[in-house]
Design a protein around this ligand. Structure first.
Ligand code: NAD
Ligand code: UD1
Length: 350
């Protein structure tokens, strides 16, 4: 298929581009480079070479999804896309609380412009990067896709929840209007993506001090940060620290390739959790990292982080039943590959 990948130089996007090309798809990358670097394209090529694909064609447009003219020119220059995999967006939870307008404008308005230009260009299939955050404080775990969504806990979460609704409404309206070619919308709710490509050539490169657990751990391991703060050890979990469903980014990337099956089958609107179904605590991750890599991670217990909850993890059964996808890699793989990336790129992409 001919696939447009927005946000394709970012963490999840870059890994997904690799898996799409390996699976034989043609990929066009669009990114405004607000949270990534153009040199990622060269890294993707090197990963593909290691995978036996030489001189892969990687068309790239440095365009903002809010830029109508830039989008229209890109659609004009490219053959009609079969699907857009839409990663582009701002994703820092804390920042979204301080800059809500920027988050609504970039993520919500940006997606409105994107889908408008897509439909003008004859592409009405989208795979959207959503998040487990739309479940809010979930009623129970493992969480199936049918679980109630709860009020967003921050503007970032609100943008994901709103965009799920907006994209669903586009499909519903097409059906009501008797459109012969209604929108296909695949909503992927990611749990906690970590890890990196096995080669250590591409990975997660957060700007500033990391907010998320694994990049914090790897930066402690590489000596950029002194010690990990563990946010709370009095949660209702097996060791008192927060439990999450960590998923290897390469498994997650493959989930997008699998999701194209739903698009091909003209699925209408489908929602899938992408997780492993297994929950690990903060200390489980720390100890797994230490064991996998033979490096000690100094840590201290800190107060709870506002907005955190005890525990949540996915029920990933639907993705397996409908798409034939399931996560293959385990926590040891995630810890090994996160470290391999950080060790080879102590300062990230430079
Ligand atoms: P990332 O920041 O590494 O990648 C996002 C990319 O989008 C970046 O390259 C950035 O430059 C680009 N971008 C941002 N705004 C843009 C705009 N207006 N126009 C064009 N490009 C733009 O983030 P990621 O971790 O790869 O996440 C990808 C998607 O998955 C995001 O939508 C994010 O919200 C979602 N998601 C991520 C996680 C996670 O833990 N990483 C969890 C759930 C959902
Ligand atoms: C966070 C966001 C979530 C977002 C996801 C991916 C919050 C409340 N949630 O999820 O909306 O979709 O990132 O970007 O911000 N931890 C520490 N020390 C650290 C960092 C984290 O102990 O330095 C703990 C946390 O308290 C939590 C676990 O590690 O128990 C995972 O945290 P994190 O990686 O930030 O992910 P989430 O909070 O699950």
């Amino acid at each position: 298929m001919n696939i447009l990948v927005t946000g394709g130089t970012g963490f999840i996007g870059s890994h997904t581009v690799v898996e799409l090309i390996k699976a034989g798809h043609r990929v066009v990358i669009l990114d405004n480079l607000s949270n990534s670097k153009e040199l990622v394209l060269g890294r993707i090529s090197r990963v593909l070479e290691l995978e036996g694909i030489k001189n892969a064609d990687l068309p790239f447009y440095m365009v903002d999804i809010r830029d109508r003219e830039g989008l229209a020119a890109m659609f004009e220059a490219e053959p009609v896309f079969d699907c857009c995999i839409h990663f582009a967006g701002l994703k820092a939870v804390g920042e979204s609380v301080l800059k809500p307008w920027e988050y609504y404008e970039n993520n919500v308005y940006g997606t409105l412009v994107l889908v408008d230009e897509m439909r003008k260009a004859g592409c009405k299939s989208i795979i959207f990067s959503s998040s487990a955050t739309v479940y809010g404080v979930p009623d129970f775990s493992p969480i199936p896709e049918t679980a109630q969504k709860h009020a967003a806990m921050h503007p970032y979460g609100a943008t994901k929840s709103m965009l799920e609704d907006i994209l669903t409404d586009l499909h519903t309206a097409d059906v009501k209007n008797g459109d012969e070619n209604p929108w296909n919308v695949v909503i992927l709710r990611y749990f906690n993506p970590i890890g990196a490509h096995r080669s250590g050539l591409i990975g997660e490169d957060p700007s500033g001090i990391p907010n998320n657990l694994m990049p914090y751990i790897t930066q402690v391991a590489v000596g950029r940060l002194a010690k990990l703060g563990v946010f709370g050890n009095d949660y209702q979990t097996h060791d008192g620290t927060g439990v999450r469903d960590y998923i290897h980014v390469v498994d997650l990337a493959k989930g997008h390739v699998a999701a194209l099956k739903a698009v091909e089958e003209k699925c209408g609107v489908e929602i899938f959790n992408l997780g492993t179904g297994v929950g690990y605590s903060v200390l489980d991750v720390v100890h797994a990292f230490e064991e996998a890599n033979g490096i000690e991670i100094p840590y201290e217990i800190k107060p709870r982080r506002p907005g955190d909850i005890d525990s949540y993890y996915s029920n990933p059964a639907k993705a397996q039943e409908v798409l034939g996808w399931k996560a293959e890699l385990d926590l040891v793989d995630m810890c090994r590959d996160s470290w391999n990336w950080q060790k080879n790129n102590p300062k990230g992409y430079i």
